[in-house]
Design a protein around this ligand. Structure first.
Ligand code: SR1
Ligand code: MG
Length: 392
């Protein structure tokens, strides 16, 4: 069966039957359910059973753009290996990989249809308790266990090579740090905020900070990152949380993963109408960071390298991770507002005046985070976000 072709639902069914070793007498149904930017995703299930299997297949190009932007199918293998590694260190919060096939560029995943996408819950105005705390634990576990706090020199360098993901991480470098800071043809800038975008493109002090973040993204290979941890990559419900979609993963700065998820919480905050703007999203950011810090401390102080396990060393390290996180959060907020890929939180706002106000707020807050990353603690972040919200 292992010969690449773009799956239809019958191919997905045949793949599940083989990979999950189901008898030919078992009746299966399949449906394409993907709505992401890159891949196709099928659900395959037995009629009458609530849960089935998920098949994710990489296409030889970026789905949301088309064949004009080819992309390695090897991303499926890399994603499967990252999820398996993260699953070893944080099984509770990582989606289970049941099988993968490098030639077919497929991953067979557990079906999480009893959970909902966190972004959707937030869009529905639902606060799901405990999600930020769990995510903090997940990130700290996968970061510490792939870092020099836990791995010796040889093991960490080997892991950095094993999980090399140059094609997808080069896309991230372009769409986070290059395109949004110039008048790039890939950008998607609403006419209402063109002026604000042009101000960013002319802002030399901002571009210098972004250049440093870009440099660190490429050179600061601290841990095996998820690489695209937005609220659409987190499934929640019934006290459970599972992280999915790690194809942009690879070694990079720990603050990047934290920054991306912080940005999506703040984008959701900016998307709310001024009269109903809930500080809950900012509390979520604080809960995430506090949980990460506690878990990181616990894990790192029992780490294999006793010199790094010193509280002063861990404390200084975490202060830098927080600063990095704010810088990356700023870049993510800006790129999701004027770059190629936006977020539903803001894009689905029907009133054009409110939408433009939310976008302006996201750009202003993003810029402030990048420029003031070394001055803001998690409590000050709240005042900063609320002040910017009041002005827009
Ligand atoms: C052109 S790829 C744009 C984005 O889609 C994915 O979801 C990642 O966030 C990537 O940056
Ligand atoms: Mg993704």
């Amino acid at each position: 069966m292992s010969q690449y072709r773009i799956f239809n639902h019958d191919d997905a069914i045949a793949y599940v039957r083989q990979a999950a070793q189901l008898d030919s007498a078992v009746v299966l149904q399949g449906e394409e359910i993907g709505d992401g930017n890159l891949n196709q995703v099928f659900k395959v299930w037995q009629p009458g059973q609530a849960k089935g299997f998920i098949v994710k297949q990489a296409l030889p190009y970026i789905r949301c753009i088309g064949e004009s932007w080819p992309l390695t199918r090897d991303r499926a293998r890399i994603e499967a290996e990252i999820l398996l590694y993260h699953g070893q260190h944080c099984p509770e919060y990582t989606v289970a990989v049941l099988h993968h096939d490098a030639e077919l560029s497929t991953i067979l995943l557990e079906d999480l249809s009893d959970l909902q996408v966190w972004r959707q819950a937030l869009l529905n105005g639902q606060h799901v308790a405990g999600v930020s705390e769990k995510l903090g634990v997940y990130l700290a576990q996968v970061h510490v266990h792939s870092s020099d706090f836990q791995l010796d020199y040889h093991a960490q360098r080997t892991a950095q090579l094993r999980f090399a993901n140059p094609e997808l991480m080069a896309i991230s470098e372009a769409v986070y740090f290059v395109d949004p800071f110039c008048d790039h043809e890939r950008n998607n800038v609403a006419p209402e905020i063109r002026l604000e975008a042009e101000q960013l493109w002319a802002d030399q002090a901002l571009k210098t900070r972004v250049a440093r973040l870009k440099h660190d993204f490429r050179c600061k290979g601290q841990a095996l990152l998820h690489g695209d941890l937005h609220t659409g990559s987190v499934m929640v419900g019934a006290g459970k949380l599972k992280v999915i979609d790690a194809e942009f993963g690879g070694y990079g700065p720990m603050g990047f993963d934290l920054g991306v998820i912080i940005a999506h919480l703040l984008l959701n905050f900016c998307a709310q109408p001024a009269s109903r703007q809930q500080p809950q999203r900012i509390k979520d950011v604080q809960a995430l960071w506090r949980s990460y810090k506690i878990q990181f401390f616990q894990q790192a102080s029992q780490g294999a390298d006793s010199s790094l396990a010193e509280p002063e060393v861990i404390g200084a390290f975490l202060r830098q991770v927080w600063q990095d996180a704010l810088g990356y959060a700023g870049c993510e907020m800006i790129r999701r507002t004027i770059g190629v890929a936006h977020v539903a939180d803001i894009d689905t706002i029907a009133d054009p005046i409110q939408k433009a106000a939310s976008q302006r707020q996201a750009l202003a807050l993003g810029r402030t985070l990048i420029m003031n990353a070394d001055q803001l603690n998690d409590a000050q972040l709240e005042h900063t976000a609320l002040n910017i919200a009041l002005k827009e």
